[in-house]
Design a protein around this ligand. Structure first.
Ligand code: 13P
Ligand code: SF4
Length: 310
């Protein structure tokens, strides 16, 4: 379908149905351009909590649309592609996680928002990369803590908060693929560059980063830091917003261990969403995110605790 037609129809349907389009920074450019709001996971959760739209179109991955539904039981939440998963969420299944929890009784369970509603329902607190240090810091020092499902973010939090965390061994396929050797090679050629990394990256990448933070955190750092060149270690979709925000700065995507170029730092799940699928989901109001009330109520508790603390 023609892009102009899709844009026109999406805008028309959005108004007719009182819908809002929320998009993550990793979405493709066409989707970011038509979204009402673009943000990191925390900002998108807050937007989802406060919207007065009747329909939320969530252009992100499955767990993000699910979180929006948990926060908005009375609204219709639709997503462009039902199959848009996440290696962190998909690598932590509820049966195994229940056993893991039982192996560590008396631990406070903190889970990264990149997990399913079932895992959230088994958690005491949820966090995002933007508030994880604060959430861990809110837990009394004498309490033991389980952190799941991202071991890289978990390792980073252990260093930052000086707390011992029992880690679930999950990881993000995109952030795990950055090559330190190639990064150093680029940095050697651009010695005044600043390296900004997402905390889902492995510890050897985080060790050389000048800034570590969520997608919004990285954007703010690059906007405010006076350097002219930045090496960006997160998913390449973020470059769209950055190029608009700081056209005068040079942005170099961190290289991956794969031989191909920057395409390998793209999240294949995020990129499953297209403008056409977004149009169709708004038109057909499908696929719709549905969740049982029992599960929703349990998953809501740790999300609400997070939002109160954020
Ligand atoms: P942010 O919360 O930083 O946007 O991260 C979401 C995510 O999935 C990173 O891979
Ligand atoms: Fe999940 Fe990684 Fe994709 Fe983020 S980039 S949605 S953590 S697979």
């Amino acid at each position: 379908m023609n892009k102009d037609f899709l844009v026109q129809e999406i805008l028309r349907l959005k108004q007719e149905k009182n819908a809002v389009i929320l998009a993550h920074y990793y979405q493709n450019e066409d989707i970011q351009e038509i979204a009402d709001f673009i943000g990191d996971s925390l900002e998108l959760s807050k937007k989802a909590q406060n919207t007065d739209a009747d329909i939320i179109v969530f252009a992100g991955v499955h767990f993000m649309a699910e979180t929006a539904k948990i926060l908005n039981p009375d609204k219709k939440v639709v997503l462009p592609d039902w199959e848009a998963g996440c290696s962190l969420a998909d690598g932590c299944n509820p049966t195994d996680f229940k056993i893991f929890k039982e192996q560590h009784p008396d631990h406070v369970v903190v889970t990264y928002i990149n997990c399913s509603a079932e895992i959230k329902a088994m958690s005491d607190l949820v966090c995002t990369s933007a508030n994880a240090k604060k959430i861990i810091g809110s837990i009394p020092a004498d309490k033991k803590i389980i952190f799941a499902p991202d071991q890289n973010l978990g390792n980073y939090l252990q260093k930052e908060t000086k707390r011992d965390l029992v880690l679930w061994k999950g990881s993000c396929v995109v952030h795990e693929a950055f090559s330190l050797d190639k990064l150093i090679e680029i940095y050697t050629k651009n010695p005044t560059a600043k390296i900004a990394a997402h905390p889902e990256s492995e510890s050897h990448i985080l060790k050389v980063a000048h800034y570590i933070g969520s997608t919004s955190g990285i954007i703010n750092f690059i906007k405010t830091e006076p350097a002219a060149v930045f090496i960006v270690a997160t998913e390449a979709g973020i470059l769209h917003e950055l190029t608009k925000a700081v056209p005068e700065k040079t942005l170099i995507p961190a290289p991956s261990t794969e031989d191909n170029t920057c395409a390998c730092s793209e999240c294949a799940f995020m990129k499953m969403n297209t403008l056409e699928k977004l149009y169709l989901c708004l038109k057909n109001e499908s696929p719709e995110m549905l969740i049982t009330e029992e599960l929703r109520a349990e998953a809501l508790k740790p999300i609400e605790r997070m939002l109160e603390l954020s």
